[in-house]
Design a protein around this ligand. Structure first.
Ligand SMILES: [Mg+2]
Length: 238
């Protein structure tokens, strides 16, 4: 069985960050012979951190833009899911954006990103956010909002496409029933839309009204927020 999971707000507690629950989730999944694959909007360089510091074999980063995996020699292999011209256009657009909005707060991890860039939208007011989004629309740039960033990219990227590619090429033969996904925010929506077994941890309640596609199962109560919800759910099923 594979448990795919978003990271921020799902495997981390919003107020406390990484807690013991995260390590319990990893141990539980491992001890039952299953796999945890983090599917996050965080950068490629965060993916390297995950694979070098935690007992994980693969992760899908930048909202589905790049798959990272540990090969049989223990080396980390990166597989971007966009083309070189799309990467070039992203670099060019980022320069345009900075030119148009010199104070736009690009996330501090934007330097470690390959297939997308991120903006710290909590440092911006609504009107400014709308202007930046309108500029992206006019330039044909794709974007989505997580609970920490506005991510933008060129080409077709989604968490679902990343997971689909991962399953097809690296874990063929697994049935849809053997896979679960956990998430908490609008940037998980492609998984809620297309993935059979999706679970929203209870803190998703804040943005449920914004989702056109909701998770199949929605956890409730404070005791099911973030990693606590993931842990309770997995405990009950494996
Ligand atoms: Mg999240």
């Amino acid at each position: 069985m594979i448990f795919f999971s978003d990271f921020d707000g799902t495997l981390t507690q919003e107020s406390e960050g990484l807690t013991r629950d995260f390590f319990e989730i990893m141990e539980l999944i491992q001890s039952r012979g299953h796999e945890l694959v983090i599917v996050s909007g965080r950068s490629l360089s965060w993916g390297h951190f995950f694979l070098t510091h935690f007992p994980l074999k693969a992760c899908i980063m930048e909202g589905g833009g790049v798959i990272l995996r540990v090969d049989e020699r223990g080396e980390i292999i990166e597989e971007p899911l966009v083309t070189h011209p799309e990467l070039d256009r992203l670099r060019e657009f980022t320069a345009q954006l900075k030119n148009q909005f010199p104070h736009v707060p690009l996330s501090v991890d934007s330097f470690g990103r390959l297939t997308d860039r991120a903006i710290e939208f909590h440092l911006m007011d609504e009107a400014w956010i709308d202007q930046v989004m309108a500029f992206m629309d006019a330039e044909g740039i794709n974007y989505s909002k997580s609970n920490v960033h506005i991510n933008f990219w060129c080409g077709t990227i989604s968490k679902f496409l990343g997971v689909e590619r991962f399953l097809k090429t690296l874990r063929p033969g697994l049935s849809a029933e053997q896979c679960w996904f956990f998430g908490d925010a609008p940037n998980d929506e492609s998984m809620f839309e297309f993935f059979q077994n999706s679970v929203g941890v209870s803190n998703i309640d804040r943005c449920l009204h914004k989702l056109r596609h909701k998770p199949r199962i929605i956890l409730e109560g404070k005791e099911n927020a973030g990693p606590k919800g993931v842990l309770n759910f997995i405990r009950a099923r494996v």
